[in-house]
Design a protein around this ligand. Structure first.
Ligand SMILES: [Zn+2]
Length: 294
């Protein structure tokens, strides 16, 4: 059952947690393990499952946010063009619910979403804990504040708050959702993108699934995401399956990685192509605030 010192379920508050996967990272945790493009798939802290709601969480970890302050990620910057396409799709989804206004991107990295949102007519800004990534954004003239959320430099109300691949990185997801809710305009929405641990890809790959990595400390599926949202004062308006875009070279490298082999360099022609890929193993939830929280 729950280890001494560990918390209750981060989604439902239940206290019956069972160990599902022992920790298998070596040495002490540091910022390197928290890079966005970390490829040590299957390497995680100890993962516990909640008997009440099924949520999987690294229950022994305390707040890991400080690890992001020192993250430097050249590979993320190199994939900017593909990320831009992916985030544009997310924003097209958002725009069906809220056509414009003030937008805040939490975990904005180097500001790719902020730049896209500006192009689509939003008054967009972001907040990012990594000094290196935040500086990249500022160098591009993008309004991305340094720090975590909530943050005095980005005060609401916002019409849209985006949390793209963020909620799986925090040890208190309901606190983050509630903070987002209090910064939201009454008719605003929060868009959450997160891996789906009960997707077909995750079931097939089991503990080798690419989203099992040190930086991911909470593993949602549609049910637990909805439950966390409802307990934080939201009602889901829509769930989608956001797709991704990759360079051919990236997919080549990752395919060898998944096979556990050191493959040859990608053929040059692959570096020039962008491949849309929807593995249906990510969730996009559009959330609207309700009157009350649980
Ligand atoms: Zn639970």
């Amino acid at each position: 059952m729950m280890p001494p010192g560990a918390r209750a379920c981060w989604v439902c508050g239940g206290e019956r947690l069972s160990l599902r996967k022992p920790a298998n990272y070596r040495g002490a945790l540091d910022s390197g393990a928290f890079a966005i493009t970390d490829t040590h798939y299957g390497v995680t802290a100890a993962i516990y499952e909640c008997a009440d709601c099924g949520f999987l969480q690294c229950a022994e970890l305390d707040d890991v946010t400080h690890f992001y302050e020192g993250v430097e990620d050249e590979a993320y910057e190199a994939g900017r063009a593909q990320r831009r396409l992916q985030l544009r799709r997310v924003l097209e989804n958002v725009r069906r619910h809220v056509p414009g206004g003030r937008l805040l991107d939490i975990g904005a990295a180097s500001g790719i979403l902020v730049a896209e949102a500006q192009q689509m007519g939003f008054r967009a800004e972001g907040v990012e804990p990594s000094r290196w990534l935040q500086r990249k954004a500022v160098e591009r003239g993008l309004p991305v504040h340094l720090g975590t959320f909530p943050n005095p430099s980005c005060e609401g109300p916002f019409d849209v708050i985006t949390l793209v691949d963020v909620i799986e990185h925090v040890t208190a997801p309901r606190c983050l959702l509630r903070a987002a809710r209090s910064a939201l305009a009454p008719h605003g929405i929060v868009a959450v993108v997160t891996p789906d641990v009960r997707s077909l890809a995750a079931r097939i790959m089991r503990w080798h699934w690419w989203h099992f990595r040190v930086a991911h400390v909470g593993y949602f599926d549609r049910r637990t995401l909805e439950r966390a949202a409802r307990r934080s004062g939201f009602v889901p308006l829509a769930f989608e399956r956001p797709g991704w875009f990759f360079s051919g070279g990236y997919l080549w490298d990752r395919a060898w990685k998944v096979l556990g082999l050191a493959g040859p360099r990608a053929p040059a022609v692959l570096e020039r192509v962008t491949i849309p890929l929807n593995l249906h193993d990510s969730l996009l939830a559009i959330l609207r605030p309700t009157g009350e929280t649980e």
